[in-house]
Write a protein that binds this ligand. Structure first.
Ligand SMILES: [Ca+2]
Ligand SMILES: [Ca+2]
Length: 257
């Protein structure tokens, strides 16, 4: 099956799998580089107002255990392994965009839009480089050495490679590892810049050349861990620091009188 190395159609209908869904509340935020961010790139501009409806997002990255269950259910064969050991509660890696999208589809969800991802990652803290403040710290995230590109440890971060998901405190929406551990695929394609002006529930570009990953990883130096960073990457690319997290539309609430 081509699932692990290239494009594949949705392999099976949605299955019953227990995923740690969190409902992200509706709200507005400022998307893009925060003021004073000297590392800001053109693709992160202009900073603009975005209003979003509520949606569900996984509290953690997709795990090795979850991906293994998916692979077995759809007969995809074992997922690619990195060259370091991973326990079942570590984040799945070596996911192509297509494999990530197929997993989320199978699980009854979808990949988050970039706006959903950044809104969820900021968790109500506009104007900061990270949800907890402006300083990247190993008390909140698993990331790499200051010199590109190798893993590093310190403080709460005792992992050279991937850490078990949820090893660090959640943000104020209850989401773990939005910064660091593994990059996370989002829906849509990279653009050279954001459109001007406020937007409501923006849908991603539906055509393009490269897909987008967000959040940085265990391998990356601090500059690319900033919440506004958009990393372009081939949809067929897969490396040992690329994973995913699924979103889904909020289920209709049962209304009672
Ligand atoms: Ca580390
Ligand atoms: Ca992550």
């Amino acid at each position: 099956m081509l699932l692990w190395c290239g494009a594949a159609s949705s392999p099976a209908p949605a299955q019953q799998i227990e995923l740690p869904w969190v409902t992200v509340p509706a709200g507005s935020f400022r998307m893009g580089c925060v003021p004073g961010d000297e590392a800001c790139l053109g693709s992160e501009r202009p900073r603009h107002e975005v209003t979003l409806s509520a949606f569900d997002l996984m509290a953690t990255e997709v795990t090795v255990a979850q991906l293994t269950e998916f692979a077995a259910a759809v007969g995809a064969g074992p997922p690619p392994q990195p060259d370091f050991p991973q326990a079942p509660d570590h984040p799945a890696v070596h996911l192509t965009w297509h494999a990530a999208a197929a997993f989320c589809d199978w699980a009854g969800g979808r990949l988050p839009t970039e706006a959903e991802w950044e809104y969820a990652a900021r968790a109500g803290h506009d104007g900061r480089l990270f949800w907890w403040g402006d300083e990247l710290t190993r008390d909140y995230a698993n990331f790499g050495d200051v010199e590109c590109c190798r893993g590093a440890t310190g403080g709460t971060d005792t992992w050279i490679n991937t850490a078990p998901v949820g090893s660090f405190p959640p943000n104020d929406f209850g989401l773990h590892d939005m910064t660091g551990n593994v990059w996370e695929w989002v829906d849509g394609w990279i653009t050279i810049a954001y459109p001007e002006g406020p937007r409501a529930d923006p849908q991603p570009a539906d055509d393009g050349y490269l897909r987008v990953m967000r959040g940085g990883s265990w391998l990356n130096f601090p500059g690319v861990l900033r919440l506004s960073v958009r990393l372009p990457f081939s949809a067929d690319g897969h490396t040992s620091n690329v994973g995913a997290r699924c979103a889904r539309d909020v289920r209709d609430l049962l209304v009672t009188e």
